[in-house]
Design a protein around this ligand. Sequence first.
Ligand code: MN
Ligand code: MN
Length: 295
Amino acid sequence: MTNEKYYRKAAEIVREVIKKEKARVKPGVKILDLAEEIEDKIKRKGGKPAFPVNISINEVAAHYSPTIKDETEIRQHDVVKVDIGVHVEGYIVDAAWTFIFNEKHGNLAKTTDEALKRAIEAIKPGKKIGEIGSIIEKTIKKGGYKPISNLSGHMLKRYVLHAGKSIPNVKTITFQKIKEGEVYAVEPFATNGKGEVRETNRFTIFRLMRRVDMYGTSLEDRVTRYIQENYGTLPFASRWLAEKFEAALAQFTLRKLVRKGVIHPYGVLVEVKGGLVAQSETTVIVSRSGVLRLL
Ligand code: MN
Ligand code: MN
């Protein structure tokens, strides 16, 4: 199996899962149920979540995964982003969709879809990364919204979600170029707010900073070992630890590990002016003449 075959397998899993789950993203549904269904299906189909399913609503742009006792239900006026990552043998496909049930927000998601389409059409070896950002920015502004300037797409590598290069959502001056064989998640974000997100001190997603040797029997050591064995250095949800440890203890231990710098916490990202946020994301492999769009 070549790398491309692994990527195609991961993409196939994302495609099958979202095809079924799309109909479940609707008012009255609990986002915890949704996240668990999606993650279960990923595993049953032979993939692994590359990160916890992010279900970010309205002004929340990213980095929210339902908590263990999350009671949040989708409401009629919500703008819901579902962001899914699947890996097969470490080869990651990252994709997201925005769901809108109220027509007055309609163009927000259409705008990010259009920006994604245009960005992908422009990607080819030798293309400057900043030019892709410019295309995204123009398309979103033409749609009447603002691009979120401090969020970006990113290069993917085996077991690495953010592998160096970024694809901005706005025009930037950079000489970095796209190269054949690279893999990118492209993800335009648009808002009717200011066009910027800030990190809050609410944490639902975490990541082991680096691999460590832990042989002790303390709870900290056992939790760290469990994280390393199951998720490596890919992001995980605090919710996932409850499959093995008592939830409150796991939370307490996570906080300790964060203070020690062993674990990185991802703060929930919200639009600075509380604007509604839409996101469209897919993963592409850069080919000789353009891209292979995996989804
Ligand atoms: Mn994503
Ligand atoms: Mn991404």
